[in-house]
Design a protein around this ligand. Structure first.
Ligand SMILES: Cc1ncc(COP(=O)(O)O)c(C=O)c1O
Length: 345
């Protein structure tokens, strides 16, 4: 089976498992796991920040970031398709009593004047707009890279209005590989950053909140409240360290494979795809209205290809390091066969 549903399907390689076995561990709830401490330090340094905290998931690191930047009743502005709003249940409301102002955008970049229009005047009967949250790369927009100039403009706007900025950088690794912008540069423009090691980077579990030192104790407390204090979790942190050294450069191959897939299916009758949005390891394409996406997904599955039904008759595929070029070529053939058959039926 060729599984292109998500880069969360990566599995630890034998070398990564060996890194786990070799890890030096301690009790991380006591702050005494040397491998966790090393990973936190390395990641904080990489982004030019003072501190980082290892947490079980990207959802937890996003939500704890919002928590440390806000007070109950504050408002967050984000793109309508942002993961932090779209996929994380009602966590911002439940955990932090936050209100969300979501604005639709083309590729995860809400025009700056649109954001500014939605920042509330500081009058007592309005909620306080406290956070602008970006996502880079942007999953639901097809792995698009948020441009550095745009990020700078968001930071300027946030500073003008005394607002914090948060980055959902679950796939910031892919953004860095595609754009060449350093992690340290990205780090300059955000008060909190969430990164995931469990996606294209190939670790089984693990995300980090990166921020300034004074914000970390609150995140640590809330990680504990949520039951996210883990003990000898250096075994998992070792996978993250391994991924930073070894898997980061492999993302370029994933991007090439996604581009190849997109180019190959772009001209098929019944498929439309915006090739400008194919920038990293995600491809989203739309099916002709006469084709039902659930039937298309089922037909592909019968031929050995798993894809995600992404809503609105759209399909998403994601490449990762355990998907080879041959897998991608086979996936293209399956999509072609199914499309030709379904357009005829
Ligand atoms: C952009 C983005 N942010 C956050 C997350 C949440 O990560 P997790 O599944 O580890 O909670 C995901 C998960 O796919 C994601 O794609």
């Amino acid at each position: 089976m060729i599984d292109l549903r998500s880069d969360t399907f990566t599995k630890p390689t034998p070398e990564m498992l060996q890194a786990m076995i070799n890890a030096d561990v301690g009790d991380d709830v006591y702050g005494e796991d040397p491998t966790v401490n090393l990973l936190q330090k390395k990641i904080a340094n990489l982004f030019g920040k003072e501190a980082a905290l290892f947490v079980p998931s990207g959802t937890m690191s996003n939500q704890l970031s919002l928590k440390v930047l806000s007070e109950p009743g504050n408002e967050v502005i984000t793109d309508a398709d942002a993961h932090v709003f779209y996929y994380e249940t009602a966590a911002p409301a439940i955990l932090s009593n936050l209100l969300f102002r979501t604005i639709p955008s083309e590729s995860g970049q809400i025009p700056i004047d649109e954001i500014e229009k939605h920042i509330r005047p500081k009058i007592y009967y309005f909620a306080d707009t406290k956070i602008i949250a970006l996502e880079n790369t942007h999953n639901r927009h097809g792995g698009t890279v948020i441009e550095l100039d745009y990020i700078k403009a968001v930071r300027d706007l946030a500073d003008k209005h005394g607002i914090h900025t948060h980055l959902d950088g679950a796939r910031i690794w892919n953004a860095h590989i595609a754009s060449g912008v350093s992690f340290e540069e990205y780090g300059k423009y955000f008060d909190t950053i969430s990164v995931c090691l469990s996606k294209g980077m190939g670790a089984p579990i693990g995300s980090l909140i990166i921020s300034d030192k004074p914000r970390i104790p609150k995140a640590l407390k809330w990680r504990k409240i949520l039951g996210g204090g883990m003990r000898q979790v250096g075994y998992i942190a070792a996978c993250g360290l391994y991924a930073l050294e070894n898997n980061l450069p492999l993302l370029k191959i994933d991007h090439d494979n996604a581009r190849y897939f997109a180019n190959e299916i772009a001209n098929l009758d019944g498929i439309s795809i915006d090739l400008r949005k194919v920038q990293t390891n995600i491809v989203i394409f739309e099916l002709d209205k006469r084709i039902k996406s659930e039937v298309f997904v089922e037909q592909c599955k019968e031929r050995g290809l798993l894809l995600s039904n992404f809503g609105d008759n759209k399909i998403r595929i994601v490449t990762y390091h355990q998907i080879s070029k041959t897998n991608i070529q086979n996936a293209v053939e399956i999509v072609k066969e199914v499309m030709i058959k379904m357009m005829k039926d």
